[in-house]
Design a protein around this ligand. Structure first.
Ligand code: FE2
Ligand code: FE2
Length: 282
């Protein structure tokens, strides 16, 4: 890869893998959905250079779930970078993925999984905002100090900041109640580091975008089930089997970072466009 070439990061999130391919909520085949996303990703015209997975890797944080996930992820030939979500268990994640050295950059066991690394011309910063045993997230002062120093160390590197919980109110009431504590402090840090091209999140199981700290924060769709789109603050916590997918972050040195929504699944071949006279437009 040359410095002038585009660079592609695929973002999967919220895999919720269960051991042995058991169904979630008695109806969602999360392992099958991950296979479908990987099928789609590998068949795409451009193969991503790196895959990031922004949390809720498995459903209950158990070792057999992580081992099952590890087997499925072997299908991906490119580097895969993992970040825990509220369904994950840091110690068990680290135990099953000992070769993912970045998971140990900030400590072992239950230490937060913060890390920073190069990905081609980009920089990936993983920021662990999970609170063990709680669905909601929190930005801890220690983590924030680490983030400030980490971003200050590479001000010229276009950066994707990964965190599981979106740092903004989405309008989906039952998810907003879980929320991310201390998001305003996170926003102040990000605003001081304009190289942060995107804050890329999960947790919401659908694509949602908002301005944040002078940059763009975006959540990824689920590869399996989506959180139902209902903006009534009292709406019940529900999911729907809408088209699943992932995000494709396309970095181009002349054009910056552009984020596409990709649907996973086989929708047949791409068809040519024709003009009003039936002539091919090329
Ligand atoms: Fe999730
Ligand atoms: Fe989550």
């Amino acid at each position: 890869m040359t410095a002038s070439a585009p660079y592609l990061v695929a973002q999967l999130s919220d895999l919720h893998i269960k051991a042995g391919g058991k169904l979630s909520y008695r109806r969602v085949d999360t392992a099958g959905a991950l296979h479908l996303a990987i099928d789609t990703l590998l068949a795409a015209p451009q193969r991503p250079d790196t895959v990031i997975i922004t949390g809720d890797l498995v459903d209950f944080g158990s070792e057999d779930e992580y081992r099952f996930l590890r087997d499925i992820l072997q299908r991906l030939p490119m580097p895969v970078r993992l970040l825990p979500g509220n369904h994950d268990h840091r110690t068990t994640l680290r135990k099953v993925f000992p070769d993912h050295g970045y998971l140990f950059e900030h400590g072992d066991g239950e230490a937060p999984v913060h890390y920073a690394m190069a990905a081609g011309p980009l920089r990936l910063v993983g920021f662990d905002c999970t609170v063990p045993g709680q669905p909601g997230g929190r930005v801890e002062p220690d983590g924030l100090a680490w983030l400030e120093a980490t971003l200050a160390a590479a001000p010229a590197r276009p950066t994707l900041l990964m965190l599981h919980h979106p740092p903004f109110v989405t309008g989906i009431g039952h998810m907003d109640q879980q929320g991310l504590d201390n998001a305003a402090a996170l926003e102040a840090v990000i605003a001081r580091h304009p190289q942060v091209e995107r804050v890329v999140c999960g947790h919401l199981h659908r694509q949602i975008t908002r301005r944040f700290g002078g940059t763009i924060a975006i959540t990824a769709p689920g590869p399996a089930h989506q959180v139902a789109l209902d903006l009534d603050p009292q709406a019940a916590s529900r999911f729907r089997m809408e088209p699943p997918g992932y995000l494709l972050h396309w970095w181009h040195p002349a054009h910056g970072l552009v984020t596409h929504l990709a649907a996973s699944g086989d929708y047949g071949p791409a068809h040519p466009f024709f003009d009003a006279h039936g002539r091919l437009i090329d």
